[in-house]
Design a protein around this ligand. Structure first.
Ligand code: ADE
Ligand code: ZN
Length: 330
């Protein structure tokens, strides 16, 4: 089996995926028309041209604007169902997805509309083709901590659907410590915690996420390499870092894929795996990320295998489920 075939055919887990980031331009246009929402684009070509980002901030501006087309429960269902079909295509058998309720609640969308649309689509995928899943609700770190408590209260009412809480949006200037009390309450209510840290921000933000938010995983974390003590800690604890290669290039965290530090992280025995982040914006779903990073860094078959095994090891599946999938990766 060629390496390309191995990548495509292996069962995989995806652990860093924003469901709003799977909104494809054609679906954006259809929803804008259906819900009578103004979007700042005239054509699909226009949208694609706009997807030239300088950094995280310039991407988020377009991302939040585009999300306005999502209004009805059916819209959230259709969005999630389309991603579930991509999972089937890419042989993703387990996915842990993020959603950002504050992006929608601010526009008057009901929390139940959002979570029920997303959850029902994933349940359908579980029943139809065995996709397993966890849902992680993210807080927008550019906003204040205090209004987040109301959102957390809503999540508590849907505890059976929401596995964990995370932290995303503009990183620099919004350190994890800003959300210490909120994450404490989330932990008291039995949500697991994760956080985006060290995407653009400094290693101190990764330390804070670990020590103050008690996270089980760091999303991105590529900046850890600047701090030797932190790298040693991450190797010792095997806290996973959910790496998103195409995202890092599109948002100019690295100039080129060839300069990405994924191989260095693998060589150091850090617990890393590959994810797609916001595939509709960054040029590819999970397999595309694996294929492009393999080529750019000349990763060997055993390194690819390691990344795929790590995707299960780093997931929130049970130890038995993890073992079952890992045994199937040949
Ligand atoms: N929201 C969606 N994608 C994100 C990313 N890569 N970093 C921070 N927040 C995000
Ligand atoms: Zn992300």
């Amino acid at each position: 089996m060629s390496l390309l075939e191995f990548i495509k055919k292996s069962p995989k887990a995806e652990l860093h995926l924003h469901i709003e980031g799977t909104l494809e331009p054609d679906q954006m246009f259809d929803l804008a028309k259906k819900n009578n929402i103004q979007i700042p684009f005239k054509s699909i070509e226009d949208v694609k041209n706009a997807y030239n980002f300088n950094n995280l901030e310039s991407f988020l501006k377009i991302y939040y604007e585009s999300a306005k087309v999502l209004v009805k429960e059916q819209d959230f269902f259709d969005l999630t169902w389309a991603y579930a079909l991509k999972c089937k295509e890419d042989n993703i058998v387990h996915t842990e997805i993020f959603f950002d309720p504050q992006t929608h609640i601010e526009r008057g969308i009901n929390f139940d509309v959002i979570i029920n649309g997303i959850y029902n689509a994933l349940r359908k995928a579980e029943q139809k083709f065995g996709l397993s899943f966890k849902i992680i609700m993210c807080f927008l770190r550019h906003l204040d901590e205090s209004p987040c408590f109301k959102i957390l209260d809503q999540a508590i009412l849907h505890k059976e659907k929401i596995f964990g809480v995370g932290l995303d949006s503009s990183e620099i200037g919004n350190p994890p410590r800003k959300f210490k009390k909120l994450f404490k309450k989330a932990l008291e209510n039995n949500f697991i915690t994760v956080a985006h840290a060290g995407e653009e921000g400094p290693p101190e933000y990764i330390w804070e996420a670990l020590k103050l938010l008690n996270v089980k995983r760091i999303d991105h974390g590529v900046q850890c390499i600047k701090d030797k003590e932190l790298v040693a800690e991450l190797i010792k604890t095997q806290i996973p870092l959910t790496i998103c290669p195409l995202s890092n290039i599109k948002l100019k965290v690295f100039k080129t894929l060839e300069e990405h530090n994924l191989k260095k992280m693998l060589d150091l025995n850090l617990m890393v795996m590959v994810n797609s982040d916001d595939p509709a914006y960054f040029g590819g779903y999970l397999n595309q990320n694996l294929i492009e990073i393999q080529q750019a860094l000349r990763l060997s078959r055993s390194e690819i295998k390691k990344l795929i095994v790590n995707s299960f090891k780093s997931s929130f599946l049970t130890e038995i489920q993890k073992k079952e999938w890992i045994n199937k990766i040949k």
